[in-house]
Design a protein around this ligand. Structure first.
Ligand SMILES: Cc1cc2nc3c(=O)[nH]c(=O)nc-3n(C[C@H](O)[C@H](O)[C@H](O)COP(=O)(O)O)c2cc1C
Length: 323
């Protein structure tokens, strides 16, 4: 599983950085893959309210949100928002990312598409503020709650610390490491013990994308799903996206990756191949099953639909076998 941290403080060696890196170190000990985005170092253009996302489901702004942050938000199963309080909310740099996630809000509520990762994804908040008032985190909590709803993550509370001002105050807190480690254990326990399955095909543009989306959507609590291709295409197949959208399943912000990349962090226990030929991965100890499905690339949309339905049936059978 991937844990994505959004680090919102401009202070490089400050309190938020300390909190988030403590969290990620504890998560890695649990076997999770972690990725931190320091949003203060990224090119992030605030939302311009073009409303293209509400009509067409995508954001026309070209920057690091589009190229890097959207795909990671979709891939991550735990998203950690980490920020100091700036005027009773998150920092402006982080808020700009949140506003750009109107794109996910529009796909969910206007286009009625279901993100296959939303059943499992969790959201967690780490925050610090200098003062000690009762309302210190109220604004931030509200913004974070609606952000997590838009990106399809269940808000699992957070750790917030008052009276933290100088850059080393958080590191001096007597209980912080223990509290972060307890939170990590609580958050990651539901993700443990899932069967690791890799869906592999040639281009990772159609079959393995559809299979992994169905598997994640239908049984994300039982399966830890990865997908890859022996000869990854440049982008996913638009007909595949259309036929999955007909099923209400959102395939946005995905791109093909190689089999090596897909299994680089986590060795699968089960590999389902769908025509990657000689180049299908050989992972010691993994069971390999071939589904012998035809490649729908370059064929009609009806053909793509048939392959989609065949894959859905096979995924349902696989889930029933695993139960
Ligand atoms: C622009 C700005 C606004 C701030 N606003 C608040 C605030 O509203 N309430 C508060 O308690 N602290 C406020 N602070 C203090 C920071 O939240 C605090 O120093 C925090 O520990 C900084 O965390 P960092 O080291 O991760 O950047 C503000 C600081 C700055 C620079």
């Amino acid at each position: 599983m991937l844990i994505l941290g959004l680090q919102g403080s401009p202070r490089k060696k400050g309190n938020t950085n300390f909190l988030l890196s403590t969290f990620m170190t504890a998560a890695e000990k649990f076997g999770a893959r972690t990725h931190v985005i320091d949003v203060t170092q990224k090119e992030i253009i605030p939302c311009k309210e073009y409303t293209v996302c509400e009509k067409k489901g995508y954001c026309p702004i070209e920057d690091d949100v589009k190229d890097e942050i959207y795909p990671l938000l979709r891939e991550a199963e735990l998203v950690v928002v980490a920020t100091p309080i700036f005027f009773y909310n998150m920092t402006a740099q982080l808020k700009a990312v949140v506003d750009r996630c109107q794109m996910f809000w529009a796909r969910k509520y206007k286009l009625k598409l279901k993100d296959p990762g939303a059943n499992m994804r969790r959201g967690f908040l780490l925050a610090v503020g200098a003062t000690k008032g009762k309302n210190l985190f109220e604004g931030l909590n509200l913004t974070t709650q609606y952000f997590f709803d838009a990106i399809g993550a269940k808000f699992e509370d957070g750790l917030t610390y008052r009276g933290i001002e100088g850059p080393k105050d958080m590191a001096r807190h007597p209980k912080v490491i223990e509290e972060v480690e307890q939170a990590v254990e609580r958050l990651l326990t539901p993700f443990q013990g899932r069967k690791k399955v890799l869906f592999a095909c040639r281009e990772n543009a159609c079959r393995s994308q559809m299979a992994s989306a169905f598997a994640q959507f239908l049984a994300g609590d039982k399966l830890d799903v990865a997908n890859g291709g022996s000869e990854p295409a440049e982008k996913i197949n638009p007909d595949m996206v259309t036929v999955m959208h007909e099923k209400g399943i959102d395939m946005g912000s995905r791109s093909p990756r190689s089999i090596e990349e897909a299994i680089s962090n986590d060795a699968p226990e089960l590999i389902i191949t769908m025509g990657c030929g000689e180049q299908c991965p050989l992972v010691p100890g993994a069971k390999i099953t071939d589904w012998d499905l035809p490649d729908p690339a370059g064929k009609s949309i009806e053909y793509m639909r048939d392959v989609r339905d065949e894959i859905e049936k096979k995924v349902v059978d696989l889930i029933n076998e695993i139960k």
